[in-house]
Design a protein around this ligand. Sequence first.
Ligand SMILES: NC(=O)c1ccc[n+]([C@@H]2O[C@H](COP(=O)([O-])OP(=O)(O)OC[C@H]3O[C@@H](n4cnc5c(N)ncnc54)[C@H](OP(=O)(O)O)[C@@H]3O)[C@@H](O)[C@H]2O)c1
Length: 267
Amino acid sequence: MGTTAKKTVLITGCRRGIGRDAALALARRGHRVLATTHTAKAAAELGRLAAAERLPLESFKLDVTDTDDRERARDHDIDVLVNNAAVGISGSLVEVPLDLVRKSFEVNLLGPLALTQLVLRQMIGRDSGTVIFVSSLAGRITMPFMAPYTMTKFAISSGAETLRSELERLGSRVNVCLVEPGAYHTGFNQEMLAGKYTWMGRESYFRKLLAEIQAGEEKYFRRMEQRSTASIVRQVVRAAEVERPRMRYTAPWWQALGVRLMRAAGR
Ligand SMILES: NC(=O)c1ccc[n+]([C@@H]2O[C@H](COP(=O)([O-])OP(=O)(O)OC[C@H]3O[C@@H](n4cnc5c(N)ncnc54)[C@H](OP(=O)(O)O)[C@@H]3O)[C@@H](O)[C@H]2O)c1
């Protein structure tokens, strides 16, 4: 891994997908990785995999919504925190049960913010470290029937920018940045899209449009989703390793460009 300093990196939500692939990539580059998972079972499975490859990777349960679990981060001197865990909850904002919106904000915003505050106490004291928030390109443009999820990504993106400027005002050398993935085939999108049809059914304002909506979403994600997470994992690794990360790291490039063009056109 050349001259890059070895760091201790804590990542949330590593059972599969981007979190797991980034954890393995960072460990293979020699960093000490604390690859945390929602459940103890997933931690044990990941731990076995890392042991078989003799990777410097430990795994333990860290449910981001659980105060006691978050406290476990205090046991480690963390150089890089990667807030990756999230739930995908979709559905019409006109009628979504508010408990689902609450859950989405608990997992995607409030849990990560509480964990970040806890880890920042160490980092600010030491005057070094990087906090990465895995947000989304969907945190920059809206999409119908996705708001219970995308509102949390808009919120975390604006929170990350604010944290960065507040730390700059403190004269701190602690970094805050965003990784904004486009669409990747991890299973996340399929679970997110399907979930809403458990409550968005015969009573929905959109009942006559449901088949059309579902077919459109499936077609969109089939076309857009990247089969491999490699391009976004490279961005996580880059953000974790550089001394002064930029504000945003995006991939795939053509989806990021598309979002920038839509924003420039007034969206
Ligand atoms: N895939 C995409 O197209 C895409 C696009 C833009 C942004 N993203 C973002 O990328 C990140 C990773 O997503 P992914 O695609 O890799 O999906 P994923 O494989 O479903 O990853 C999400 C992870 O979060 C974990 N998680 C859920 N609730 C948790 C909790 N309370 N505490 C701790 N962990 C929890 C899940 O564990 P369990 O499954 O065990 O609950 C899972 O391992 C997310 O922040 C997502 O919003 C993904």
